[in-house]
Unconditional design. Structure first.
Length: 260
């Protein structure tokens, strides 16, 4: 199987075709024969080296490789970090594709599905953002679950942290503060789980809401911690459809470190 053939299958998982997509070839040869598939949240130099050492033919990343949503390469001649990363990728010879839009574009959302698979919750999921817990939990208890089962070093919390609630909105990754604000205004959104957001706007909104008597809380997990299990789950999906392929997830680690 060629790299482009596997990617074409995966793009077809989306509910509808996405013409203006970032899910494109980032490095290497689309015609490369694939036997080993590596997945990652983001292709850091350490991930690239580890995947290459394992013998990966294809590396599938969720987020950009060159610090721009569309991986524009026009700035490479003026950017020493981008130059070094491009040289590293070229030296490995691996084929690199991004799988972002079409993962979020399927029902259930492929990344959220993976994140929920990692949690031992008895819940209902609408296939998009809304998760309804069968047994109410406080935001503190939910945060403890996220740290334990998503492997997050530190979840930041704000708002009403001690009222048991059932309505969780999984707006993981970086959906943007406009979307976060719209979601928070829905009564069913009690605890919003985000990767990253605007602290001065959304963080303060949630804090004010709790102080004004609204049962609202926000848990900020970091972008990596809130989505990487979706790319682990991708290995399961590829293995389901192609048992002849070896597939392995490569961990990039969280961007920030904690003292503890």
């Amino acid at each position: 199987m060629k790299a482009r053939e596997l990617m074409a299958e995966m793009l077809a998982w989306s509910d509808e075709p996405i013409a203006d997509t970032v899910d494109t070839l980032k490095a290497g040869d689309a015609e490369r024969e694939v036997h080993k598939v590596a997945t990652c949240f983001i292709a850091t130099p350490e991930v690239i080296k580890a995947a290459h050492a394992w013998g990966a033919d294809l590396l599938i990343t969720h987020e950009p490789t060159y610090y721009d949503h569309r991986d524009h390469l026009g700035n490479i001649p003026d950017n020493p970090v981008m130059q070094a990363k491009k040289r590293l990728l070229e030296a490995t010879g691996m084929t690199v594709y991004r799988f972002h839009d079409h993962s979020h574009g399927r029902t259930p959302d492929g990344i959220i599905e993976g994140q929920l698979t990692a949690l031992p919750w008895d819940c209902e999921h609408d296939g998009h953002f809304a998760v309804t817990l069968k047994a109410a939990k406080t935001a503190r208890e939910i945060a403890a679950d996220l740290e334990q089962y998503w492997g997050i070093a530190h979840v930041r919390m704000t708002g009403d942290l001690d009222t048991p609630m059932t309505g969780v909105s999984m707006m993981i990754g970086a959906y943007g503060d406009e979307n976060h604000m719209k979601m928070l205004q829905k009564p069913e959104c009690e605890v919003i789980v985000v990767g990253e957001t605007s602290e001065w706007r959304i963080g303060e909104y949630v804090r004010d809401a709790a102080q004004l008597g609204f049962h609202k809380a926000m848990l900020t997990c970091g972008h990596v911690g809130s989505e990487r299990d979706g790319m682990k789950h991708l290995c399961t999906l590829i293995g389901r459809d192609h048992p002849e392929l070896q597939c392995r997830y490569f961990e990039c680690g969280e961007v920030y470190t904690c003292l503890r």
